[in-house]
Design a protein around this ligand. Structure first.
Ligand code: NI
Length: 186
């Protein structure tokens, strides 16, 4: 699979892996732990607050999250409880330059496994709850653009077309990697 030193490339809208449903991890091994280290590095390098495995081309159910209050590495995550609601702009490292208003639960309870196969339960609210929900969407092949209103879809049509073209030619400029001005991408 992957070597420890391999730099993980962030996959962009238009790449099929982002639309695939991630496989549950049957047995957590050192390979997964290495990938999680690489993902953490990639997330920090891009100043993101979350990164799911499909975003680096790996179709397995795991993600990393750090909103500035500590790093989470979660495997086989599931939302077991949702409460309330919050509506905020979200950006995604895989859809650079696009910012979408997304409605999410305000509070969630997540059950997952840590990198040592230990079951964990996390209660989260606000931004942390939102990032968890965003990353779990990635594991289902769902992206923020799927939440776009008709108006937003029209507005970003050109942008997404450009993005798809650029994925083919691998020429994304620095300015195009920025998405929401107020929030860090995930
Ligand atoms: Ni994302």
């Amino acid at each position: 699979m992957l070597m420890k030193e391999t730099t993980l490339r962030i996959r962009l809208f238009g790449e099929p892996v982002l639309r695939r449903k991630a496989e549950p991890v049957a047995q957590i091994t050192s390979v997964h732990r290495d990938i999680l280290i690489g993902m953490t590095r990639a997330m920090y390098a891009e100043s993101g607050v979350g990164l799911a495995a499909p975003q680096v081309g790996i179709s397995e159910a795991m993600f990393v999250v750090d909103i500035g209050e500590g790093l989470y590495k979660l495997i086989n995550p599931k939302i077991v409880k949702k409460e309330g609601r919050q509506i905020t702009d979200e950006g995604c490292l895989s859809v650079p330059g696009v910012c979408i208003r997304v409605r999410r639960a305000r509070k969630v309870v997540i059950k997952a496994e840590d990198e040592n196969s230990k079951p964990i339960t996390i209660e989260a609210e606000g931004l942390l709850a939102r990032v968890f929900q965003h990353e779990i969407d990635h594991l289902k092949g769902k992206l923020i653009i799927d939440y776009a209103s008709l108006f937003e879809k029209l507005r970003m049509k050109k942008k997404l077309g450009e993005l798809k073209k650029k994925v083919k030619h691998e020429e994304l400029s620095e300015s195009e990697t920025k998405s929401c001005p107020l929030f860090r991408p995930m």
